[in-house]
Design a protein around this ligand. Structure first.
Ligand SMILES: Nc1ncnc2c1ncn2[C@@H]1O[C@H](COP(=O)(O)OP(=O)(O)O)[C@@H](O)[C@H]1O
Ligand SMILES: [Mg+2]
Length: 291
């Protein structure tokens, strides 16, 4: 039997009123959030009863609650779906912390602002979730190298530096966040409402659930560490005998770390940082004849 929470607005299936799904205080929370579950409910019924594909469009200005609403609707669909394969639903839900670590950052408007667009498709067969696909687009890449005052780079960097073990920090040559130019431009590396160390544990957990191998996780940490090392490389101006200006790398230690972590030769890396190559295509050049 289904339970009526608010007369005439929504009939909740028993699975949702079950305290195993909601917890003791969950029903009260649900009543506060009823509109989101109602939307999830309408989409799920449309899908199952009418066999029509459904789409939920979540829009609003930054900080309006799109990201949180999306997660709640996904949690709703995961809780009511008739599937017996809990690994798939767990993997679908765990994709969120992963995407947020790499794609969300503190801005002046929202401590957890999504800096990318996202289109999530959930696939159902006979009322059961059988898979999902997330397409991301338009990641704000410029944030990796520069941040405005009171803003931060992507969460993942701060989480990494708070959450890695001492041994891992040594392995990647890392220091605390305030020592990196790519992380300290905004002024503060900490967010009062967020525990980066705890979120790194969640990120590791998400990678495990999503079947990232140890090797894959290590390469991710390596690449992240390299981004931070690259940001701390500084250059000085040089002038050769023909008065041609050039640059040279002044921070050798950071260069060595990047070369070591990416398994590149130091010389070729240095060349890539200090030389530019101009390729000219040889095309016929047309100009007016002289007398
Ligand atoms: N349903 C909700 N319950 C509790 N807090 C919420 C809810 N929706 C939004 N918030 C608060 O507002 C902040 C911004 O919401 P978010 O979903 O990140 O906004 P958007 O994605 O639209 O920019 C969240 O970090 C959270 O503090
Ligand atoms: Mg968002």
């Amino acid at each position: 039997m289904a339970t009526e929470v608010r007369e005439g607005t929504l009939v909740l299936p028993d699975e949702l009123v079950d305290t195993e799904v909601l917890g003791e205080e969950g029903l009260e929370d649900m009543i506060n959030l009823i509109h989101l579950f109602a939307i999830g409910n309408a989409a799920y019924s449309g899908l199952v009863k009418e066999a029509h594909n459904q789409v939920v469009v979540i829009s609003g200005e930054s900080g309006a609650g799109k990201t949180e609403s999306t997660k709640l609707i996904m949690q709703y669909l995961a809780a009511v779906n008739k599937g017996s394969n809990s690994i798939i639903t767990e993997q679908i839900l765990e994709a969120n912390p992963l995407l947020e670590s790499f794609g969300n950052a503190k801005t002046i408007r929202n401590d957890n602002s999504s800096r990318f667009g996202k289109y999530v498709e959930l696939y159902f067969r006979r009322g059961a979730i059988v898979g999902a696909k997330t397409s991301e687009y338009l990641l704000e890449k410029s944030r990796i190298v520069s941040q405005a005052a009171d803003e931060r780079n992507y969460h993942v960097f701060y989480e990494l530096l708070k959450g890695l073990t001492e041994e891992e920090m040594k392995k990647y040559g890392l220091k605390s966040a305030s020592q990196y130019f790519y992380l300290n431009q905004g002024g503060s590396c900490d967010i009062a409402s967020k525990n980066d160390e705890e979120d790194f544990r969640k990120l590791r957990g998400a990678m495990e659930i999503l079947s990232f191998t140890t090797k894959e996780q290590e390469s991710i940490y390596r690449i992240l560490a390299c981004v931070l090392h690259v940001g701390n490389i500084y250059f000085s101006r040089t002038q050769n005998a023909h008065q041609h200006e050039g640059v040279e790398v002044s921070s050798v230690a950071e260069m060595k770390w990047v070369a070591y972590l990416l398994e590149l030769s130091e010389d070729s890396l240095k060349e890539a940082f200090t030389m530019k190559v101009t390729v000219r295509l040889s095309r016929p050049l047309h100009s007016q004849s002289n007398m």
